[in-house]
Design a protein. Structure first.
Length: 110
């Protein structure tokens, strides 16, 4: 990529001003600065975390790996299926609740 000289930078700056407007450029630059600051802080934290884990691994004595725990199989007991009459009663109760809430909302709107 060729080196950018002063004339090229001025043209790029002029295009940016025309595209975004002079009023928004400082806000955009401020936002980019904040983003870079946050990014720099997070990468520093990652490096610190990596350093501490490497130090902890080198300082810790070699211990045998813990044995993986075998999952226990749980026998699922199927819930007794409600009878058709019980299902119909539950559906009627739900429908009544929905009608009541719809009526209350209609009253609020009126």
């Amino acid at each position: 990529m060729p080196n950018l000289g002063v004339p090229e930078l001025l043209i790029i700056l002029l295009v940016l001003v025309l595209l975004f407007g002079a009023k928004k450029l400082p806000d955009m630059a401020r936002g980019v600065g904040r983003s870079l600051r946050i990014f720099k802080a997070e990468t520093a934290k990652l490096r610190d975390d990596d350093d501490t884990t490497v130090e902890a691994q080198t300082q810790a004595p070699a211990q045998p790996a813990p044995q993986p725990v075998q999952p226990q199989q749980i026998q699922a007991t199927p819930a007794p299926a409600p009878s058709a009459e019980e299902q119909a009663r539950q559906l009627e109760e739900q429908a009544a609740k929905l009608r009541a809430s719809a009526a209350a909302q209609a009253d609020k709107r009126a």
